[in-house]
Design a protein around this ligand. Structure first.
Ligand SMILES: [Zn+2]
Length: 390
């Protein structure tokens, strides 16, 4: 079907959009109802291209996050250059088909030396640079990155390669000292920070609080992104309100990943989960925190299902966290683009015609049907999908 730009749902109204030479030439009011919603091409803030598509060969034997970490560690013997190239290319291809314009992928960095996957994703990012802008984020245990001997060389490599510095934090000993060193490295090298933090349901997991405090101390607002913060979902309301307010003042952003949180949190054999581990997204956004939605793991022990499809992630957020897609679609588009520092085309006259149409009269209609037709425009050229690609 040829995409119809005569009646498009845009910012709550129906408009007609005219394109010429790959650009948006006019956006004019049009009579409703609309036949499709329009959104900028998604920016994906949080995936793991080094781990992806391994689920068939390494299923976790213990429940929850740490069971998945164990299974993944055992699979690393298979991570040859060829294996990584193949799986990373498959992930990027799926994301491109689903309209993704920019992406940040974490890469496990568990030894002092540079991991092979870091180099392989660097090459893939070059190969794909005209289709998807790819950022690499180091994902090191805080005990390694916060180590006075090893942290500086990791940070120097990440800076040289134009990456983002990141660490995994969960109830670590001596956290304040280690985190302070990581922040000092970020300041020294001008690096952005991205943490996996408090991905569990113990109220003592308060790494997010420490990151917020250090962001304020080092004046790094707008440069620090956290992922998960699941423990905020079970901490007392008064504490949460205080942390949320501090995060807004410090300028710390948060990525929530509904698929992995719903899958890994409160997981026990033969028992239905009660606690869902989703950070308080509404409260954070209402306080002024930038809240992003991330796809996180795809087809690996952390989440054996999924596709590289931010619209699917938004749909899951709509169900699991009551996110109105008409309000929250910026959590998969402009907000992650801004937080990651990508200057992507907007839907405005004079801008490149890079956007997505999803068939439907409005957002509720469009998001209701996972098989709704999609039309992805890049420089005015369309690629049409009937269904979500793997
Ligand atoms: Zn992650």
């Amino acid at each position: 079907m040829t995409p119809d730009l005569a009646a498009v749902h845009f910012d709550g109204r129906t408009v007609a959009i005219r394109l010429d030479h790959g650009r948006i030439m006019a956006i004019d009011p049009a009579p409703g109802p609309a036949t499709a919603v329009i959104l900028p091409l998604p920016a994906e803030p949080h995936v793991h291209l080094d781990k992806t598509y391994t689920a068939h060969r390494c299923r976790a034997t213990k429940p929850g996050l740490f069971g998945a970490i164990e299974a993944m560690a055992a699979d690393k013997a298979n991570w040859s250059e060829d294996d990584l190239h193949r799986r990373i290319a498959r992930g990027l291809s799926g994301a491109y088909t689903n309209g993704v314009a920019a992406m940040r992928s974490h890469i496990d960095w568990t030894e002092p030396g540079v991991p092979l996957a870091w180099a392989v994703l660097g090459e893939a990012a070059q190969d794909w640079r005209h289709r998807i802008s790819v950022q690499r984020a180091a994902l090191a245990p805080i005990d390694l990155l916060g180590d006075a001997d090893h942290g500086p060389s990791i940070a120097a490599t990440v800076a040289k390669d134009g990456g983002v510095l990141g660490a995994f934090i969960y109830r670590n000993e001596g956290l304040a000292t280690k985190l302070d060193r990581v922040f000092a490295l970020a300041v020294r090298h001008g690096l952005a920070l991205d943490f996996h933090v408090d991905e569990g349901l113990e109220p003592e997991a308060q790494g997010f609080d420490a990151i917020v405090a250090l962001t304020a101390k080092h004046s790094l607002g707008g440069r620090v992104l956290c992922g998960h913060a699941c423990s905020l979902s079970i901490r007392p309301d008064t504490e949460v309100a205080r942390v949320v307010d501090a995060a807004a003042r410090a300028g710390v952003a948060l990525t929530v990943m509904p698929s992995t949180n719903l899958y890994l949190q409160d997981m026990a054999p033969c028992r239905t989960p009660r606690l869902r581990g989703l950070a308080p997204m509404h409260e954070l956004r209402n306080a002024g925190v930038e809240v992003l939605l991330g796809t996180d793991n795809v087809r690996d022990p952390f989440y054996p299902y999924g596709v590289y499809d931010p619209v699917d992630t938004l749909r899951l957020g709509a169900v699991s966290a009551h996110l109105d897609p008409a309000v929250w679609h910026d959590a998969i588009t402009t907000t992650p683009a801004r937080v990651m520092g990508f200057d992507l085309p907007k839907i405005a006259v004079g801008q490149p015609a890079n956007f997505m149409l999803i068939e439907g009269a409005d957002w509720a209609d469009a998001i209701s049907n996972p098989r709704a037709g999609r039309h992805i425009f890049r420089a005015g050229k369309t690629q049409t999908q009937g269904a979500v690609a793997a």
